[in-house]
Design a binder for this molecule. Structure first.
Ligand SMILES: Nc1nc2c(c(=O)[nH]1)N[C@H]1C(S)=C(S)[C@@H](COP(=O)(O)O)O[C@H]1N2
Ligand SMILES: [Mo]
Length: 326
């Protein structure tokens, strides 16, 4: 039973928000990162092998509050072996065991809808000239566990602005790869998710500087189980909003369907902002298990509104009833 958890991009703009964001632009050619060719000498900085938490911890503490965090990083092993990626199975170990069957190169992304140049683009072209940044973000799963992960990516707004959304673009819809031959979880009709996995954001959420598209973590190319080669990260929302292995981005006027909302609308709303004040119908959201933990040391911490990013994002929802729009 399924556990319900559900190029030429303009040069980075200097916005007030960007001041508190990563100052550590990785001088990495994005093109080198795709296709699994991230050899150890591909990275100018921070090639950490199996992970060098101490070095990353230092980097994290240097950052301003909010985006970076001084909290301990979740070790690479947990980040890559405790996953939700239902296309490969419902157990936390399934993605690590089976996601290698997914081909991530070549990879194309369709950009559709209310944009000036809709089309199908090679990932290399989408990443051409993009300045990648490292962002240490908390990821809070709706199942009440969380991790702290050093992602490598770039603000989604850079991609969207390049395609000049029209005034009718009120929402952004995202779609994951649908390939039952590569994704064993898509082969069985388990009566759960109606493939492909889909997610969506309101346009202001998508344009928010905290929202990134990630291509790596821990200084390396994104492992398949974490959503290679391109996935969304929306750090103030429950983890299921951060859709993996994206093949389509569509700008549209109407609110898109989202997989978990379709499956269980009373349990998973469109917004899904992290909110300790609104419990899931079947469990509390007031606290979370910060990984790694153990039976005897569960490492339970209090959940924070908007996952601790309220200073940056609360204004997006001013006047909204967050209990109704959960
Ligand atoms: N395509 C797709 N994206 C997905 C999921 C999924 O099952 N399929 N699971 C989501 C959930 S529930 C979480 S908590 C995060 C987990 O990301 P991680 O495995 O990289 O930690 O991915 C999200 N993105
Ligand atoms: Mo999740």
């Amino acid at each position: 039973m399924l556990i319900r958890c559900p190029p030429d991009i303009p040069a980075s703009e200097i916005t007030p928000e960007s001041v508190y964001m990563s100052r550590r632009k990785l001088m990495v050619s994005a093109a080198l990162m795709v296709g699994g060719v991230a050899a150890s000498n591909t990275f100018a900085v921070d090639d950490v092998g199996e992970g060098d938490p101490l070095r990353y911890q230092k980097a994290a503490a240097e950052g301003a509050p909010g985006t970076f965090t001084a909290e301990a990083l979740t070790p690479l092993r947990d980040v890559t072996h405790y996953n939700n990626f239902y296309e490969f199975g419902a157990d936390k170990g399934d993605p690590a065991a089976y996601a290698q069957a997914m081909t991530t190169s070549p990879w194309r992304v369709a950009i559709e809808g209310e944009v000036n140049r809709p089309g199908s683009y090679a990932l290399e072209d989408i990443l051409q000239g993009v300045a990648l940044e490292e962002r240490v973000y908390r990821l809070r799963c709706v199942e009440a566990w969380s991790m702290v992960i050093p992602w490598i990516g770039f603000p989604l707004q850079h991609l969207l602005k390049r395609f000049a959304p029209s005034s009718r673009a009120k929402y952004v819809a995202f779609t994951t790869l649908h390939a039952p031959d590569q994704m064993r979880g898509q082969r069985s009709a388990t009566g759960t998710i109606d493939w492909p996995y889909v997610e969506g954001l309101r346009i202001d959420e998508a344009m928010h500087p905290l929202t990134i598209l990630a291509v790596g973590l821990y200084g390396r190319t994104l492992p398949n189980q974490n959503g290679a080669p391109l996935r969304l990260i929306v750090p103030w929302k429950y983890g299921f909003k951060s859709i993996k292995s994206i093949v389509k981005i569509r700008l549209q006027e109407t609110q898109p369907k989202t997989s978990w909302n379709v499956l269980a609308p009373s349990e998973y709303g469109f917004f899904s902002n992290v909110n300790p004040g609104v419990d899931h119908p079947r469990w509390s959201q007031k606290s979370e298990r910060r990984l790694p933990g153990s039976l005897f040391s569960p490492n339970r911490i209090e959940t924070r509104i908007f996952n601790g990013y309220a200073d940056q994002v609360a204004s997006l929802y001013s006047g909204m009833n967050l209990r109704r729009y959960y």
